[in-house]
Design a protein around this ligand. Structure first.
Ligand code: ADP
Length: 491
């Protein structure tokens, strides 16, 4: 499962999504949490300051918990009239009765006043002036035992109580506080909501990522399915590049090219097997029919001799063919048996020229050689056989009185060997195929000369093994030139 590309993609997407949901949810939750509690603190501080300012608006006796003494009546005006009576001051009870936190300092969204801020005001010597909405179980003694500060100071008490404490006018002690139960429950509720929404998003995201991962690996699955369908008999199938995403189109093209090469290689192999069987069958049929004919009735010694000669010729052809097949098989196989060493190509060419001079003169063809010394790194046996083959062809497919020019030169870092004849030439339609196995331009003539149609294919194989190239140019009726290029040895 962990080797599956789809599962890896799926896992990666899901992990990424979970991380994004978790981190963004946590950040968002933290922001809500912070703003909620900051707001509570801000309002509690405002409440304490409000109480402080309100207490200041009354004369000190109120602040100290003493009844205000009656003021003496104001002096008469110069005209003898009594001044207008001063505005009646509120009594201490009335003032304390009316002392409460204004609506604006309440926390929005809370209907129960018990969940809103509470407060408590005491004189400097701990006499209670006013308390409102103190939560249940609130211990006034414990609270008074704690320190008060000149500035509004926030503290956290047991049972999730948040308080601002400060010293007001005339040493009064002011407490404004709030139970955070409501906020904590609300934050818990928000956390549950966030978790549920996160889970829904995650499930949805995992579903989408599954679909995406499946969609992404589908072309690969299709490609492997098509590749699987390709059997030896149905190598014609190809991947449809138009239906494949651009990133995978390159791979599909490579696979298609591979299929084409395999297809071509299998066809060549089939063709080769068919051709080889056909080539072997002909001499076998000759031997068999000649032998049957000879044995069908008593024959004279001369007739037997003729039969044996025919069989010998046919077996010679078979030997040639089998040798050719063996040489090709060796060239097709690994490089293990193909030993290379430093050699002078001109030595090999001049050996071949002297070896074939006899056959050439028999065919009334003259060999003209111009060979310069060129060192190469190669296999002398196979290269000699190749040169022999090319010169033999140039002699056999020549005209009486014709010529074969063998030249060897070096250009830049290449040895260039040319075998040029003034023979029958090869027509344009045949020229591209002459290096193919069993390809013969004139079958009858080639067979007569003992040719198997494998010679040039072997030459090409040998040259390619040496990292070289062989080309042929020909004009029908005028002659053919084979040019071989091989890398020079210059170490
Ligand atoms: P083969 O053994 O039949 O000669 P090759 O592979 O050597 O087979 O050559 C393939 C065919 O190419 C020959 O059948 C022949 O028709 C043609 N060919 C090869 N060399 C020459 C040449 N020098 N001049 C004309 N035709 C040639």
């Amino acid at each position: 499962m962990f080797k599956s590309l789809r599962w890896k993609l799926q896992f990666f997407y899901s992990a990424l999504l979970a991380t994004v949901i978790l981190s963004s949810g946590s950040i968002f939750y933290y922001q809500v949490w912070r703003s909620t509690f900051t707001e509570v603190d801000r309002r509690l501080e405002a409440a304490a300051l409000y109480l402080d300012v309100t207490l200041r608006s009354f004369p000190p006796p109120v602040q100290q918990g003493i009844e205000a003494t009656l003021m003496p009546p104001p002096p008469l005006r110069p005209d003898g009239t009594a001044p207008p009576p001063p505005r009646p001051r509120r009594s201490k009870e009335q003032f304390l009765e009316e002392l409460r936190l204004p609506q604006e300092l309440n926390i929005p969204g809370i209907n129960n006043p018990r969940d809103q801020p509470y407060f408590m005001v005491m004189t400097a010597n701990d006499m209670l002036l006013k308390k409102e909405y103190l939560p249940q179980g609130y211990s006034e003694e414990d609270s008074l035992a704690k320190k008060f500060y000149p500035q509004p100071t926030l503290i956290m008490l047991k049972n999730n109580l948040r308080e601002v404490r400060m010293i007001g006018p005339g040493g009064t002690k002011i407490i404004a506080g709030k139970s955070l139960e409501y906020e904590i429950v609300r934050m818990r509720y928000i956390a549950i909501q966030f978790t549920l929404v996160g889970i829904v998003f995650l499930v949805f995201g995992v579903g989408v990522s599954f679909a995406i991962a499946s969609r992404m690996v589908r072309p690969i699955t299709q490609m492997s399915a098509t590749a699987e369908l390709l059997s030896e008999k149905d190598l014609g199938k190809r991947l449809n590049i138009n239906q494949i995403d651009s990133e995978l189109a390159g791979l599909a093209e490579v696979l298609n090219r591979l299929f084409s090469r395999l297809d071509a290689s299998f066809s060549r192999q089939r063709q080769f097997t068919a051709d080889a069987s056909h080539e072997l069958r002909t001499p076998l049929t000759v031997i068999r029919s000649a032998s049957e004919l000879a044995l069908s009735q008593p024959r004279s010694p001369a007739e037997y001799q003729e039969t044996i000669e025919v069989s010998l010729k046919a077996s010679e052809r078979m030997t040639n063919l089998v040798n050719g097949l063996l040489a090709l098989a060796r060239l097709d196989s690994s490089n293990a048996d193909f030993h290379l060493r430093q050699i002078n190509l001109s030595d090999l060419a001049s050996e071949s020229v002297s070896l074939l001079r006899a056959i050439a003169s028999e065919k009334q063809v003259s060999l003209v050689s111009d060979l310069h010394s060129v060192q190469i790194f190669g296999n002398p046996e196979s290269l000699s056989r190749m040169i022999d083959n090319l010169i033999t062809n140039a002699i056999l497919y020549n005209k009486p009185g014709g010529k074969v020019f063998i030249t060897l030169k070096s250009y830049d870092d290449k040895a260039v060997l040319e075998i040029k004849d003034t023979g029958v030439g090869i027509s344009e339609e045949h020229l591209p195929f002459i290096f193919e196995r069993f390809y013969r331009v004139d079958k009858a003539r080639s067979r007569l000369s003992g040719g198997s149609g494998l010679g040039l294919a072997i030459c090409k194989g040998v040259i390619e093994k040496h990292n070289g190239a062989i080309t042929a140019q020909s004009v029908l009726g005028e002659g053919t030139t084979f040019q071989i290029q091989l890398p020079i040895w210059n170490y």
